[in-house]
Design a protein around this ligand. Structure first.
Ligand code: KIV
Length: 284
């Protein structure tokens, strides 16, 4: 399948064709995602929680994001890859935002970057877009400001809150963002934002009306067990499969059942006997 461009994503919105998007953090997973025919990959700062085991996304650094994004790019050369700007890589100044967005392009070959926030990040979005890069906005539950939001909670679930989110969404669009991610809002709010914007509105926990859906790969595969948000559907339970494989391996090693001959290298012809004679003559 040909790699998508931002134009393709617009056209998909116009045709009412849903965009599929998933996170990935490493080379093998990215390769499998590409083989499955996913439209987009997000190298999310959720890597901090699901790979590094942090309690939130705030400790994640630009260098960590670059390492993971490079690996994903190598694994999925023909998929639209989005790099996620980590905490404090863009909040302090427009210059920081441009330089760090540029690192994703120069060092990891992304197709777009994503950053969190509505009106308050308009100058950063403008700066990055004016420098020739593609920005995807992110509003609703924005994990980098979870302390201000009172934790990882649903957003936009009152009429006032939904309208405030719509204002943020419009500000992000007018600043030049090419698409918008909306996280953890009721379907009514997701639909309002989708219907009001020209750009593709992708949702994670934002209901079925969005122009596309994003899932965290470790949630979809059932690997991450620390907590499961309401919007997660597990398409596999790989944690069980992995635990069983680890236990079977331990048991077989303890019982001497692994490795059998099938898993051993062979001596070259005649060399085993030669070795045995040599060892015997040294002992004599
Ligand atoms: O980092 C990430 O994976 C994200 C999603 C939670 C939306 O930003």
């Amino acid at each position: 399948m040909a790699k998508k461009s931002i134009i393709d994503l617009y056209e998909m919105k116009q045709r009412g064709e849903k965009v599929t998007w998933i996170t990935a953090y490493d080379f093998p997973t990215a390769g499998l995602v590409e083989q499955a025919g996913m439209d987009m990959i997000l190298v999310g700062d959720s890597v901090g929680m699901v790979v590094y085991g942090y309690a939130g996304t705030m400790p994640v650094t630009m260098d960590q994001m670059i390492y993971h994004t490079e690996a994903v790019r190598r694994g999925a050369p023909n998929t639209y890859v989005v790099g996620d700007m980590p905490f404090l890589s863009y909040q302090q100044s427009v210059q920081d935002a441009i330089l760090n967005a540029g690192r994703f392009y120069k060092e990891a070959g992304v197709d777009a970057i994503k950053l969190e926030g509505g009106k308050r990040v308009v100058p950063q979005i403008r700066g990055i877009v004016d420098s020739g890069m593609v920005v995807i906005g992110h509003i609703g539950l924005t994990p980098q400001s979870s302390a201000q939001l009172g934790g990882f909670k649903a957003q936009g679930n009152t009429a006032d809150a939904a309208l405030a989110l719509l204002e943020d969404a419009r500000a992000v669009q007018e600043a030049g963002a090419a698409a918008l991610l909306v996280e953890a809002v009721p379907p009514e709010t997701g639909r309002l934002i989708r219907d009001s914007l020209r750009i593709p509105v992708l949702g994670i926990g934002a209901g079925p009306h969005c122009d596309g859906q994003l899932m965290i790969v470790s949630d979809l595969l059932g690997i991450f067990e620390a907590f499961t948000p309401k919007f997660v559907k597990k398409y596999a339970t790989l944690a069980d499969t992995m635990r069983k494989a680890f236990r079977d391996y331990i048991q077989e090693v303890h019982e001497g059942k692994f490795p059998t001959e099938d898993y051993c290298y062979r001596m070259k012809a005649g060399e085993a006997e030669k070795l045995a004679r040599s060892v015997a003559s040294r002992k004599a």
